[in-house]
Design a protein around this ligand. Structure first.
Ligand SMILES: Nc1ncnc2c1ncn2[C@@H]1O[C@H](COP(=O)(O)OP(=O)(O)O)[C@@H](O)[C@H]1O
Ligand SMILES: [Mg+2]
Length: 243
């Protein structure tokens, strides 16, 4: 077993709130690991620390065996670590194709002139086909349904050929058919070696797809184990029932 991502004693304090509190966890290479926990337990903050969107107040972050503590999102992205957001972030006034190409890691001025590589254009086309979005390729992202925007955001993170993808609530607000689509894409990508860390409230989705399941409460890992074990663990039940 080897950890692709290893977090040791991470901390983040907002005012008096210890959002992430001496939290240690690891994500094994090749896994689809779930990160669950009650609202406010620190899941999104932990994602922000892992991906460099927020600086940690303490702790060590290792990715692919290297110390990446304090790295910015761009550097981590080039290293193979990428994410989606709880509220899908796409460029609303760019087309679907442009959104994909932009996700290839270009600077703004590269997008204004035809400097985008043929390889990235081809890659965008392959993703459009794979995600069955060819028919909406020239629509502005703002004109997509919410579910389609989430799917586009997911397709966009695959432009960089990541090693580890963090998904923050991929199915929230998404219709059942789109949830199945999302699930299929996660499985397919995992099958070709992409590791996932997924924050998700839909427990059926988690139980079907993820192993192990890591449970966060008050900014700390309180349990990590198989989906079957997690459902029977008294600490986890207490955390959810608030007793
Ligand atoms: N930018 C922020 N400023 C102040 N408090 C924050 C901020 N972000 C999160 N928090 C607080 O940190 C705690 C963890 O929040 P969050 O990471 O969003 O939890 P989750 O994603 O598990 O619902 C909560 O108490 C939340 O109110
Ligand atoms: Mg959250």
């Amino acid at each position: 077993m080897s950890a692709l991502l290893e977090i040791t004693s991470a901390r983040k304090v907002f005012g008096g709130v210890r959002a992430v509190d001496d939290c240690s966890l690891s994500v094994e290479e090749g896994s689809i690991t779930a990160l669950i926990g009650p609202n406010g337990s620190g899941k999104t903050t932990l994602f922000n620390l892992i991906t460099g969107y927020l600086g940690a107040d303490g702790g060590e972050f290792r990715f692919r065996g290297r110390d990446v503590t304090g790295s910015d999102p761009g550097r981590l992205y080039r290293h193979g670590l990428t994410r989606t957001f709880q509220q899908a972030r796409v460029f609303p006034h760019m087309t679907v194709t442009e959104n994909l190409v932009a996700a290839g890691g270009y600077r703004w001025r590269d997008l204004l002139v035809p400097r985008v590589s043929r390889r990235d254009r081809a890659r965008a086309e392959v993703l459009l086909e794979e995600f069955r979005m060819t028919h909406v390729a020239e629509l502005q992202a703002a004109d997509l349904s919410y579910g389609q925007r989430k799917l586009l955001e997911f397709a966009a993170v695959l432009m960089s050929e990541p090693r580890l993808v963090l998904l923050d609530e991929p199915t929230a607000g998404v219709n059942p058919v789109m949830i199945e689509t999302m699930e299929r894409h996660i499985r397919e990508r995992n099958g070709v070696g992409v590791t996932f860390l997924v924050v998700e409230h839909d427990m059926q989705f988690v139980m079907r797809l993820c192993n192990p399941v890591v449970v966060l409460n008050n900014g700390k890992e309180i349990f990590a184990g198989s989906p079957a074990d997690v459902q029977q663990n008294p600490m986890v039940l207490d955390a959810y029932l608030g007793t």
